[in-house]
Design a protein around this ligand. Structure first.
Ligand SMILES: Cc1ncc(COP(=O)(O)O)c(C=O)c1O
Length: 442
């Protein structure tokens, strides 16, 4: 069942999918269970997933570059994860008690992540982010969080600000204002935020110094993956690291996407910059809902001392921990071979996409490290921040996403692509054929 190399061809019509979409609209608002899934161009309902492929309820196969929005680093239903979870299910699902697997999982995080002296588990990234902010406020006695425009740190009230705001409501480029991402959001949370543009060191320095004694933490996606795929410009991370330390603020890396994907030690290892705290989710458990906060002993020991609280019914539940040990164990064991292969396959796909666009005269920019990357429809030669991203042809990207989906290639609608250890050269070849076919009539 893994990795069928079905040629790109006409699909079976989505009859069963359309029936399910109608049924869903009567019971689920917008017919979906997360806003990240609303508005898809077609009623693709997944029947099952294996390796790098999805099969829909109408029998169509897709090469999957969404990978559950990132978690499936080993591919869908990786045998070691299935085996570990299956074994654990029969031994109990939620103990609310200590058990050996949580220690093993934390030891793996500690061994793989440079700055992880101590680890606490949560269930999803959104709660781990606000847990990290609480630890930063506890240690510094300060309230404000400096966040970058275009960075995503989950859907909770404190965090859902200025992800993709309308540019005309977002304030000056160098001193953006916080724009809520949702109606009903706690408005007072904006008072605890300082917004900065990504990749503009002078603007960052000025904002940090203007709020010098107020900022508890600077938070970032160290490789920005929720607004294109935008690396920090050379020297940016190092300077932010130095300036936060000097200002007595903590540096928090949101590694919910980059963790265990860019390298064993995530962005910290990839960029060689170690934050005070980092937050993990997605790939940590290869598809099970597990998140973690990991960081410096002095910060984490506030939990030891009982001065900062941290809790959760499902924290370190044994099924999630079994999946974490299986996933991180494989990445730790096979990483020397697995990460270079993930990068080289991603690079081959990226370079094939660039060639296909150049041949067809389609203005497309392809950027990212390989295990994750972005396609932008733009004639610009670089996208450095949210405002650049907002100027790309996002309607065109939605059209490209729909055309890919129709031909059996599933990417994140905004143009983000994830690779897994289960993708093959055949998957890449098939994808490039599909893209060449689409661009012939673009
Ligand atoms: C960088 C980043 N941080 C936090 C989150 C929130 O994680 P979750 O959806 O597990 O709550 C996400 C989710 O996409 C993310 O990409």
């Amino acid at each position: 069942m893994t990795n069928p190399t079905v040629a790109a061809g006409p699909r079976t019509p989505l009859r069963r999918g359309a029936e399910l979409a109608a049924r869903a609209s009567r019971v689920l608002p917008a017919g979906v269970s997360s806003d990240a899934r609303r508005g898809l161009p077609e009623p693709v309902y997944v029947d099952h997933a294996a390796g790098a492929h999805l099969t829909d309820v109408d029998g169509n196969d897709y090469v999957d570059y969404v990978l559950g929005q990132g978690p499936m680093i080993l591919g869908h239903s990786a045998p070691e994860v299935v085996e570990a979870v299956t074994r654990q299910v029969a031994r109990g699902q939620a103990y609310a008690g200590q058990h050996p697997l949580e220690i093993e999982a934390a030891e793996l995080v500690q061994a793989m992540v440079p700055g992880a002296d101590l680890v606490r588990f949560n269930t999803v990234g959104s709660e781990a982010v606000v847990g990290a902010w609480r630890l930063a406020r506890g240690l510094t006695g300060r309230q404000k969080i400096l966040k970058f425009e275009g960075h995503y740190h989950g859907w909770l009230d404190a965090a859902l600000w200025s992800l993709h705001p309308p540019v005309d409501a977002a304030g000056p480029a160098r001193t953006p204002v916080p724009v809520p991402g949702s109606g009903g959001q706690q408005a007072s949370a904006a008072g605890d935020l300082v917004l900065a543009p990504w990749n503009d060191l002078d603007a960052f320095t000025a904002l940090l110094s203007a709020h010098r004694d107020e900022i508890a933490a600077v938070v970032m996606e160290p490789l920005l993956c929720n607004t294109g795929c935008i690396a920090p410009v050379p020297g940016f991370l190092e300077a932010v690291r130095d300036q936060t330390a000097e200002a007595g603020a903590l540096l928090v890396f949101d590694e919910v996407i980059t963790g265990f994907r860019l390298a064993r030690g995530g962005a910290q290892e990839w960029f060689g910059v170690v934050p005070d705290l980092a937050v993990y989710g997605k790939a940590i458990a290869g598809g099970l809902p597990v998140a973690a906060i990991a960081g410096r002993a002095e910060v984490m020991d506030q939990i030891t001392a009982g001065t900062v609280g941290h809790a959760g019914t499902f924290n370190s539940n044994p099924i999630g921990m079994a999946a974490t040990v299986a996933t991180l164990g494989r990445l730790q064991r096979d990483g020397d071979e697995l990460y270079p292969r993930l990068r080289s396959l991603g690079e081959r796909l990226m370079s094939g996409l660039r060639d296909a666009a150049a041949t067809a005269g389609v203005p497309m920019l392809v950027d990212g490290p390989g295990p994750v990357f972005q396609t932008y429809l733009t004639s610009a030669d670089a996208v450095r921040d949210y405002r650049d991203f907002a100027a790309t042809d996002r309607a065109g990207m939605a059209r490209l996403h729909a055309a890919l989906l129709r031909r059996g290639v599933n990417i994140v609608p905004r143009g983000l692509w994830f690779l897994s250890a289960a993708h093959t050269d055949d998957d890449v070849d098939r994808t490039l054929e599909v893209v060449a076919d689409i661009f012939r009539d673009w």
